[in-house]
Design a protein around this ligand. Structure first.
Ligand code: ATP
Length: 348
């Protein structure tokens, strides 16, 4: 089912948390709201859920499958929620926790005991905790608890799933496993879902589409490859991965990001993997720098350099490329940007 958000503005007192936000989420999509702390991600999620109101204005609306839901009670929106610290009931088993939303139903929505059992067991299977249904939350790992939280949200057969930093409290490895698991689950059940994260890697790996937020506005939305390779502005470029800032001087030479703009022509950005390094006696043009740190563990060779003014440059090579010169800490080099990005509105 699709979700459409039209011209949503939200103020807390004088503070504008959301500034005229428009967004369409297509049926079956998995969307990441990505942005720094305070950019309005959670507020937007809460407004979609009906937990928060917004400024009534002309043209303002929230539509589920083309139908306005403004004014509808929260229960009617039928949304599954998963939070960072999802409080499972400590004195209830995995089974009972997942069954909760089904057991509190009233009237003709209520299922028989047998139907509840069937549904819960199906969900336990879906989250791959088949033998753990009688465990209590404190007998589970953090990742397992978060999977139970997800099953609990799915039990009520929601029309949408909203996830607010669902893996935020977990360690890096568990986080990565759960991410892949959630992506697979999403591909199986195709439930329209929005998740909030400030982790760009998580957004890039998991989402069909990324919505980059900043100060209550959407800076850019697009497929992960699009926002990564074609950022619309400096903010998006900087937020989606490491970036080096250079300034070009009038004489054509380059310096690293500098506050003194008097003799600088333009500002440009270079990703760490778009910089070449050559020995200084190579006769080439580039920014003189010294290797400060080399990190060879992992899939890439990562280097930190400093220029004459002590400003840092980050460079990433494949190991094959690194092996050509095998730069060591203390070596002098020339840093040569291979692909630069200039944003018109940031040109000096
Ligand atoms: P985080 O990643 O830290 O959770 P976020 O992008 O989800 O951040 P929000 O929680 O949406 O940000 O908050 C957006 C802004 O609105 C913040 O500056 C926050 O302080 C403010 N805000 C949120 N809720 C309230 C409230 N109830 N009263 C006043 N200000 C609020």
């Amino acid at each position: 089912m699709s979700i459409e958000i039209k011209n949503i503005t939200k103020r807390f007192g004088n503070f504008t948390a959301l500034n005229n936000v428009n967004l369409k989420v297509n049926d079956g999509e998995l969307i990441a709201l990505l942005g720094p702390s305070g950019s309005g991600k959670t507020t937007l999620l809460r407004i979609i859920a009906g937990l928060e109101d917004f400024e009534p204005r002309d043209g303002t609306d929230i539509l589920f499958k083309g139908k306005s839901v403004v004014g509808d009670p929260i229960g009617k929106r039928r949304i599954g929620f998963v939070f960072q610290h999802y409080a499972l009931f400590r004195h209830q088993t995995v089974f009972e926790n997942i069954a909760f939303g089904l057991r509190v139903r009233r009237g003709n929505e209520r299922l028989s005991r047998t139907a509840i059992k069937k549904r819960v067991l199906e969900l336990i299977h879906l989250i791959q905790l088949d033998t753990l249904e009688n465990r209590y939350p404190d007998q589970l790992s953090g990742g397992q608890r978060q999977r139970v939280a997800l099953a609990r949200a799915l039990a009520i057969e929601p029309k949408f799933l909203l996830l607010d930093e669902p893996f935020g409290a977990l360690d890096a490895r568990v986080r990565q496993n759960l991410r892949r698991w959630l992506r697979k689950l999403h591909d199986e059940i195709k439930l329209t879902s929005i998740f909030v994260t400030h982790d760009q890697e998580e957004a890039l790996e998991l989402a069909d589409r990324i919505v980059v937020m900043n100060e209550g506005r959407i800076e850019q939305e697009g497929m992960p490859s699009e926002v990564f390779h074609k950022p619309k502005n400096e903010f998006v470029m900087d937020f989606l991965g490491n970036v080096n800032l250079f300034h070009e001087r009038e004489d054509g030479s380059s310096v690293l990001g500098s506050e003194n703009t008097s003799d600088l022509l333009k500002k440009y950005f270079v990703r760490p993997h778009e910089i070449d390094l050559v020995p200084p006696d190579n006769g080439g043009r580039g920014l003189p720098a010294v290797v400060k740190r080399v990190q060879l563990a992992g899939s890439l060779a990562k280097m930190e350099l400093v220029d004459a003014d002590g400003r840092e440059i980050y460079v990433e090579f494949s190991h094959e490329k690194y092996n050509v010169y095998q730069f060591q800490v203390g070596n002098s080099v020339l840093a040569v940007p291979r692909k630069t990005v200039v944003f018109d509105d940031y040109a000096i």
